[in-house]
Design a protein around this ligand. Structure first.
Ligand code: SF4
Ligand code: SF4
Length: 505
């Protein structure tokens, strides 16, 4: 029996897949990293517990394996809290307890029967990597989108190579099984195969960096975070989007839109070649004569050319003197005109327009503090929008010559680490005393104001951690003592705070 409050936590999983990457350097869920199916990761376990509570799945052989694989290490609690404020650890404990109690009581453990299609799939990928076990299927059946409901596949498989993918497609064609390929998760029902096969690419994790030719060959199971980490290790950068998103999937669907797209481009600008398995199971490359132009502008919906099994993604130089600044504005049009001028003049490597909703949600560790900060940005400081510019010292010098109002990276760090005091009276008194005809931020960003701001906000990792759950304070103090966690270049490369936009579900 799953307690109601546990089922409620489980049902609030955002399917953000952040617990599938090691974005806090705590280490990765070992059960997931070894067994790859999403059902072994915290994200899948949330779905399983909800399904058990609703009596949608029985206790199966695979469910016993999933429960046993969890070491109750607690990593998912830190990761998930950082993004969503959820505490999934209780869910993990109940899952393990419930299944172990079921086994100890000698109750029935279901072993789903195989069939012809599953037998053929297993001949290709091996027994373990193709399944019809409900404990696996239920984690590939729905997402947080509101349009598609639950669509349970008949099978899930995890290929290891292009050859595997090719054989799988041929089996599907021969037995008339519908299929869909899946990256790290799902939004708005894009990756369902009701009564068909889901092909999860999570085992194809190869990255080969060719520094001399400025590209990285990336297999479809590689996340944006993992590729960026590999590039950064080599003093380079890639243009990727959300950290948990798989690079090939992102490249082939949204075309990758990031802050760095201001200089690196979108769509076809991001790759030099890609390998596909076509709908008839044969492989081809995008740089072959006659290959489809994926980003050609078409007014009608185009059929998928197949499954991307490798992309050669461009890599870029990273300069030692890069930094980020924010230019505040009291109106959208002024912010947009400024950002557009930067684009037209080709200034900066990353440019974007943000509003306080985004800024506050990204930097605040909790939803409540985020609301306070948003109010402080808009009502106290008069900031309605800000243009974020990332660049080397030449670019940033130029930007400074274009405006008098700049929030530099040091002030930004002060605001982030002093955030709990931005909700306090002393800060609000200071700002109300500065109110005049012009927006208050114009005074606050003056260099001579910085010592006063430092004194009032008294920023430190210890202060920042006062905003989080008491048992996680120590962890947050250590985390925010790391300089990259408040560094605008690092944050925009790795984007670990942007999934907080899903905090409210
Ligand atoms: S909400 Fe938490 S458990 Fe669910 S996918 Fe995101 S990080 Fe994982
Ligand atoms: S507690 Fe279990 S589910 Fe959570 S990270 Fe550790 S092994 Fe994974």
């Amino acid at each position: 029996m799953i307690p109601k409050e546990i089922s409620k936590i489980a049902s609030h999983c955002r399917h953000c897949a952040m617990c599938k990457i090691d974005f806090l350097q705590t280490g990765l869920c070992s059960a997931g990293a070894q067994n790859h199916f999403v059902s072994y990761y915290p994200m899948g376990r949330m779905d399983i517990v909800h399904a058990l509570a609703e009596s949608q799945i029985p206790v199966t052989e695979r469910l016993v394996d999933i429960a046993e694989a969890c070491t109750l290490c607690g990593l998912c609690d830190k990761q998930c809290y950082f993004v969503t404020e959820l505490r999934p650890m209780n869910v993990m404990e109940i899952l393990k307890e419930t299944v172990i109690a079921h086994v100890k009581a000698g109750k029935k453990i279901v072993r789903p029967e195989s069939d012809l299609v599953l037998d053929r799939l297993r001949e290709v990928v091996g027994e373990r990597w193709a399944t019809n076990d409900p404990a696996i299927l239920t984690c590939y059946a729905h997402d947080t989108g509101i349009f598609t409901g639950v669509q349970t596949p008949n099978y899930v498989t995890m290929p290891l190579s292009r050859e595997d993918v090719s054989s799988i497609i041929k089996i599907c064609n021969k037995h008339q099984v519908s299929y869909v390929v899946r990256g790290n998760g799902s939004t708005e029902g894009l990756v369902y195969a009701r009564d068909g096969l889901v092909i999860d690419m999570g085992r194809m994790k190869g990255i080969v960096l060719d520094k001399a030719k400025w590209f990285a060959s990336v297999e479809p199971g590689v996340s944006a975070f993992e590729l960026q980490k590999e590039a950064a290790k080599n003093g380079l950068r890639v243009n990727v989007a959300e950290p948990e998103a798989l690079v090939c999937a992102n490249l082939m669907t949204t075309g990758i839109i990031s802050t760095f797209s201001a200089s690196y481009g979108v769509g076809a600008s991001n790759y030099v070649n890609a390998e596909f398995v076509s709908l008839d199971g044969e492989s081809f490359h995008l740089n072959e004569r006659g290959a489809p132009n994926l980003y050609a502008c078409q007014t009608e919906q185009m059929p998928s050319p197949g499954i991307c099994t490798r992309a050669d993604v461009k890599v870029y130089a990273k300069m030692d003197d890069e930094d980020g600044i924010l230019i505040p504005f009291s109106g959208f049009r002024d912010a947009l005109v400024f950002a557009r001028e930067l684009g037209q003049r080709r200034i900066g490597i990353g440019v974007t327009v943000l509003n306080p909703e985004y800024m506050a949600t990204f930097v605040a560790p909790t939803r409540v503090l985020g609301e306070c900060i948003k109010r402080s940005f808009t009502e106290d400081l008069g900031i309605e929008y800000a243009v974020l510019v990332l660049g080397d010292r030449y670019a940033l010098q130029t930007v400074r010559s274009m405006t008098d109002h700049v929030i530099d990276s040091q002030l930004m760090r002060t605001l982030v680490l002093g955030m709990p005091n931005m909700a306090g009276e002393e800060w609000r008194d200071l700002l109300s005393g500065l109110k005049g005809n012009r927006p208050t931020y114009e005074i606050m960003v003056k260099p001579e104001m910085q010592p006063l701001i430092e004194t009032v906000l008294n920023p430190s990792p210890e202060l920042f951690a006062q905003a989080v759950a008491p048992d996680l304070k120590e962890f947050f103090v250590k985390l925010y003592a790391r300089p990259e966690i408040t560094n605008l270049i690092w944050l925009n490369m790795f984007r670990i705070v942007s999934p907080r936009m899903g905090r409210r579900k």
